[in-house]
Structures are given as C-alpha cells and as structure tokens.
Ligand binder design. Sequence first.
Ligand SMILES: C[S@@+](CC[C@H](N)C(=O)[O-])C[C@H]1O[C@@H](n2cnc3c(N)ncnc32)[C@H](O)[C@@H]1O
Length: 281
Amino acid sequence: MSGTNPFLDPARQAELYGHASRLASRSNALMRAKTAGRSVPDTIVGLVRDHHERPDRLGMVLDLGCGRGTSSLTLARKLRPQRVVGLDASAALIEQARQRTQRLPGLPVTFQRGDFHRLPVSAGSCDVVVAAFCLYHSPRPQSVISEISRALAPGGLAVLVTKDLDSYREMDQLVAAAGLDPRAEQHESLYISAHSGNLADLAAMSLDVLTEEHEEHSFTFDGHDHVAEYLATNPKYDLAPGLYGNADALAAILHELVPDRPLTTQSLVTFVVARSREGRA
Ligand SMILES: C[S@@+](CC[C@H](N)C(=O)[O-])C[C@H]1O[C@@H](n2cnc3c(N)ncnc32)[C@H](O)[C@@H]1O
C-alpha cells in the first residue's frame, strides 16, 4: 500500500463517505453474507440495558460516526431516551440519516454534522455515548474517548465497538490469488488505530471499563459476483486503474482467474462498555 492507511487518510474520507451509496452497498453486501453474529445495534441496546443504572429514564444519547443512522434509530426506538443525536463528519450520510428518520415520525432523533474530536455538547450532558465502527478513522482515538469522557454525565456509559485487525483475511487471500493485488495480504489493517486488541486499553485511559465482549461474526459470500460487490468498496488494495469502485470489472477478473465458489470469512467484533470516572449516578 502506498502512503497513509486509507482509513486514516483525511484526503480519502470524501471518497469513503462522501456519497451514501458506497456505505449502503458495502453494508448490504456484508449483511446478505452474514451467517453468524448478533445485530450490532441490538447488542448495543442490550449492553446499555445491562450496565446503565436507569436505562428506562435516559436523557441524551449521542451516536458518534452514526453514518446512515441505523444504530441511532434503533437506540431511539428501543431505549426511548429523551433524545438521540447522531453525529457524523459526512454531510451526505447525515442527509440520508435525516431522510430515513422522516419515514419514522415521532422518534426523538436528530442528526448533526461534526467532528468527533470536538463534541458539540456541554460537559456531563450525555447519559450514553456510542461509537460503533468509527474510532478506527481517527489517528488519535484516545482523544475522541477523552471527549466522550467529558460529555458523559455521572454514571453515564460509553459503548465502543470495533473489529479485529485480521478481519476478512480470506478476502485478502482471494485478491492476492487472483493477482488483483499480489501484496493484498501484506497491507496494514484498516482497523489499526482502534481494534479488538487495543480498544479496552484506549478506553481505560479516560474511563472505567466495565466489560469487554468479543463476538465472532461470520460471512459467506455466494461467489465472485457477491464478493466483488464488497471488494469494490474496499480501499485497502492497490488495484489496477478503473477497478476500485467497479464491481462488474472486479467480478469479471475473478471469474476469469479463480474458480467461482462461495467465500467464507470472519470478523471478530468487540464491544467495550465503560463508565465515566466522575462517579456513580
Ligand atoms: C463505517 S461507518 C460506521 C457507521 C455506523 N456507526 C455503523 O455502525 O454502521 C464510519 C463513520 O464514521 C464517520 N467518521 C469518520 N471520521 C469522523 C470524524 N472525525 N467525526 C465524525 N464522524 C466520522 C464516517 O463519516 C462514517 O459515517
């Protein structure tokens, strides 16, 4: 891989999240392939119910890096807090999250564009702060967690979610075997800055860690066409010009060079639940 890790490169964030369609097709391809692993938004709801001292009387819930708002909407529907605010750096994703919310009138959810390194909330104002699959976009995730600590009310909970460094390793093997990127298995993990192996330690710098759960999620892609839908959204590889973002072209090359068969791959998903240090509610 040339230069900065694409998940940490500010110059590549517009390519990754500047259009809602890329994240939607990546999530759709992955979710269609999923064969094991609980729903992440539902698991977050369960963790809040298990660890917050008054989960049925929550005030403000902040969902960082909310993307298209999937977890924000689940948190609002299932926890019924006074207010959910979804925050994301991408204007396109905030717009799509707002549109999805319009179809669900009455939910107390709003979406706001912003940078999770500077949370637009006052100190001690949040009962719950969620950061799912987004801290690995920060070169300084510990400073985001320090902001989370500032935002949490006494007794407030942070639920942080990430993946392991080795996630989707079988994809790397296929990409290398097909010659699409012979060095596919050598690239740095996209999740290097906040992953299953360091998330609890990062949290412990500013918060009291209550629990850490690891869950293996498994995915079986039907064959090359399905794999190519996901690969087309993956910035990890050095592909020949014209292939990144082009699922049809990637599928055509895979069909030509490798026998078509289902691909099974895993990702360990890690949930860290931590409480503000200022004391109990
Ligand atoms: C993989 S998506 C995760 C979306 C959602 N949380 C989920 O679990 O499906 C990562 C999100 O983090 C957002 N993001 C990246 N850097 C950010 C920053 N500095 N501040 C706020 N959001 C950021 C991206 O725009 C993107 O929507």
